[in-house]
Ligand binder design. Structure first.
Ligand code: CP
Ligand code: NVA
Length: 308
């Protein structure tokens, strides 16, 4: 018997399935052109389906885009704060998974512990979607690939540069290099290098991934330059990260070393003046608002894949 279709991580999915999800997302986006945000999609493909979202960490984009997306697909949502559940006072993740599987058709989880996601997936009998953990952020990667391709065509064979902390988003970009076939150049401080495990996995799966500590070298020839927060939600805010990361800031000078038609990406929320300057965020190469919009469309593709 096959289990539920979890959307756990980019490395847990094959490239063809990820491409199918993006094709579905593109079709759903195209079909909505000109409609109000509350208007249902034709055929209400997820009518009668209920998504529960558990947030153990804050969220603007993930919360709103999953809620709006599920409604457009004809389904409904429940938004739960992890602290409001019995989970917050010690009920096991496994038991929570068993109980929630009797009430809802799918569960989206944002957690600061990837182990919680794994335990939820192991015990849920309905699909579970990774809405960000301390280790990965696959929904964002799907929206990012969709956005790059809308602006610049197929991402396969392009060069993507990551400048900053080798964090959860970096890991999803590393996994994506194996699945989508772009070359990835990571520039991270020696103290904040990306996951060796992810890099080894991606290379074993044919990805061209390089890791260093020189943002200028990494950005040379880039088609896409990516930045993210210096302090992620699960990080200690009092660490010395700002000093370590200052030279990885994406500013106009760094962008000028990338290809002339390169795009700038950031999953948001941005900390203007830290990892990126206003001039780059608001400049002609920035596609950050399209990325935010495409969270909605990409996740509708993911929901449809999980639930149909
Ligand atoms: N990019 C992203 O996941 O944003 P939120 O934290 O606002 O959901
Ligand atoms: N790396 C960031 C991404 C936020 C969407 C964090 O985990 O806080």
């Amino acid at each position: 018997m096959t289990g539920p279709r979890h959307f756990a991580d980019i490395d847990a999915m094959d490239g063809d399935t990820l491409r199918d999800i993006l094709e579905g997302a593109k079709a759903l986006k195209k079909a909505r052109a000109g409609k109000g945000q509350a208007a249902p999609d034709a055929g209400a493909p997820l009518a009668g389906k209920l998504l529960a979202m558990i947030f153990e960490q804050p969220s603007t984009r993930t919360r709103i885009s999953f809620d709006v997306g599920m409604r457009q697909l004809g389904g409904e949502t429940i938004v739960l704060n992890g602290q409001d559940l019995q989970l917050g006072r010690g009920e096991s993740v496994a038991d929570t998974a068993r109980v929630m599987s009797r009430y809802v058709d799918a569960i989206m989880l944002r957690t600061k512990s990837h182990a919680v996601l794994e335990e939820l997936m192991a015990h849920a009998t309905v699909p579970v979607i990774n809405g960000l953990t301390d280790l990965t952020h696959p929904c964002q990667l799907m929206a990012d690939v969709m956005t790059f391709e809308e602006h610049r065509g197929p991402i396969t064979g392009k060069v993507v540069t990551w400048s900053g902390d080798g964090n959860n988003m970096a890991t999803s970009w590393i996994q994506g290099a194996a699945r989508f076939g772009y070359a990835l150049r990571l520039a991270c401080p020696p103290e904040l290098q990306p996951s060796d495990r992810a890099v080894d996995w991606a290379r074993r799966h044919g990805a061209d991934v390089s890791v260093g500590s020189d943002p200028e070298a990494a950005v040379d020839g880039a088609d896409c330059v990516v930045a993210d927060a210096w302090v992620s939600m699960h990080d200690d805010p009092n660490s010395d990260r700002h000093n370590m990361l200052a030279r990885f800031r994406v500013d106009e000078r760094l962008m000028s070393r990338a290809n002339a038609d390169s795009v700038f990406m950031h999953c948001l929320p941005a900390h203007r003046g830290e990892e990126v300057t206003d001039a780059v965020m608001d400049g002609p190469q920035s596609v950050v608002w399209d990325q935010a919009e495409n969270r909605l469309h990409a996740q509708k593709g993911i929901l449809a894949w999980c639930l149909r």
